[in-house]
Design a protein around this ligand. Structure first.
Ligand SMILES: [Zn+2]
Length: 120
């Protein structure tokens, strides 16, 4: 189910359909790995690097809610640790089927931090 999939891409960048399908597939797979015992709201993200690698993330909750890390930030942080600095797109999904849910403010801020690394 592709419900509520958010696909963010730099304006003007064209991605091949196969890469988009792969990005979405890995995003959906990562959602199954979410650690969300408190909210029971699994979220996943998959970020596409400039050289075609896909790094995934999922939400990782904590009993101290402020320590919870969203899927988008998990994916970006994993990518940075693995040496990636340039990104072309990110897909985000959760399990809400009939409504759009966008990234939170913290994730939007982190996405803004790496926006200059999107390829044109
Ligand atoms: Zn977030």
């Amino acid at each position: 189910m592709l419900a509520n999939l958010v696909f963010l891409n730099h304006v003007g960048l064209i991605l091949c359909a196969d890469k988009v399908k792969e990005l979405i597939s890995k995003c959906l797979q990562a959602r199954d790995m979410a650690y969300c015992p408190y909210s029971r709201f699994p979220v996943a993200a998959a970020i596409l690097t400039a050289d075609g690698a896909i790094i995934t993330g999922c939400n990782v909750e904590n009993a101290s809610y402020g320590l919870t890390v969203c899927a988008e930030r998990t994916a970006i942080q994993r990518a940075v640790v693995e040496g990636y600095r340039q990104f072309t797109a990110i897909a985000v999904t959760c399990d809400i089927k009939d409504r759009f849910v966008g990234p939170c403010g913290a994730c939007r801020q982190v996405l803004m931090e790496v926006r200059h690394t999107y390829l044109l």
